[in-house]
Ligand binder design. Structure first.
Ligand code: BV8
Length: 248
């Protein structure tokens, strides 16, 4: 039995008896859908832009057309992408545990398309734009001189995402924090765990003695239960984990 087999067997046992599973996902869960991770996204035209520069109020104020072009391209990629087995495994897992809270840092909407019923989007969505004047949120918009305009008042729209330096949606963050405090099993999938306050969620769960799995491609650190680490692809590991736990 390999280390991976042992961790999957051990963590599957926690899933089988879980009362409340909380899951935090990052860009890595969408990588196998062909969507570059946040830091890998800087290729081609974007190679010489710092994502934190583009994903910031100052970056948008400086060059709204450039930032809109970046989000428009990412939106096209997200719409063309398909959920991968990792997204579907989490949708399947929700059918087998009493309570599952799915929290994502991603803005691509792939969890919803995989059938996950309630998705907490901590950092907003590529598929929404917000009016900078009246705060209305839109799922379709027209461009005027390369900039989307509010159909209500004509003011400029901005991507309805959380930029660096901006507060997260209060309800989303409260729900995520409460899930990390109350869950008995926590999974962190495909995130480098750099961006706060999302990055603190696994630590909050661990502090409450939840069983915690960190699954990404980073060099797995030595871990002792209730902390488990797997260095592996979410699209391969998650389906195995759900099958091991529930035979599905
Ligand atoms: C805020 C939306 C109050 C836009 C994003 C302490 C407390 C609070 C705030 C801070 C703090 N310290 C610093 C801050 C400020 C800042 C921050 O955290 N900065 C970092 C750089 C240190 N936080 C904020 O500004 C937040 N606001 O807290 O407001 C405040 C403000 C200022 C100062 C104090 C308090 C707002 C943060 C939200 C920013 N918006 N996204 C957009 O997408 O365009 S962040 C964006 O980057 C993502 O949403 C995500 O959160 C993050 C990227 O992280 P990952 O998803 O992890 O992706 P990454 O590429 O890094 O890693 C991919 C991972 O996947 C890797 O681990 C890889 O191994 C793995 N992987 C790859 N392939 C696979 C895989 N794993 C499995 N399978 C695979 N196939």
């Amino acid at each position: 039995m390999t280390d991976l087999d042992a961790v999957i067997t051990a963590f599957a046992a926690h899933l089988r008896t879980a009362r409340h599973v909380a899951v935090l996902t990052g860009a890595g869960i969408s990588a196998e859908s062909g969507i570059p991770t946040f830091r890998d996204a800087q290729t081609g035209l974007w190679a010489h832009f710092d994502p934190e520069e583009l994903a910031s109020p100052a970056g948008f104020a400086r060059n709204p057309a450039l930032v809109w072009r970046w989000y428009a391209e990412r939106r096209v990629k997200a719409c063309a992408a398909q959920p991968n087995p990792a997204h579907y495994a989490l949708a399947e897992l929700a059918k087998h545990v009493p309570q599952l809270t799915l929290i994502t840092q991603n803005i691509d909407g792939l969890h919803q398309r995989a059938g996950s019923p309630h998705v907490i989007e901590l950092h907003g969505s590529l598929h929404h734009a917000r009016c900078m004047a009246d705060g209305s949120v839109h799922t379709t918009w027209d461009y005027d001189e390369k900039l989307p305009r509010c159909p209500n008042c004509g003011a400029m729209l901005r991507p309805d995402v959380v930029w660096f330096g901006e507060m997260l949606p209060r309800k989303a963050l409260e729900t995520a924090w409460e899930a990390a405090l109350k869950c008995d099993v926590f999974m962190s999938i495909g995130t480098s765990g750099v961006v706060e306050p999302a990055a603190s969620l696994p630590r909050v769960a661990l502090g409450r003695d939840a069983a915690v799995l960190i699954l990404n491609l980073e060099q797995a650190t030595a871990a002792r239960p209730p902390l488990f680490t797997i260095n592996g692809k979410a699209g391969e590991v998650l389906p195995r984990l759900v099958r091991e736990a529930f035979g599905k």
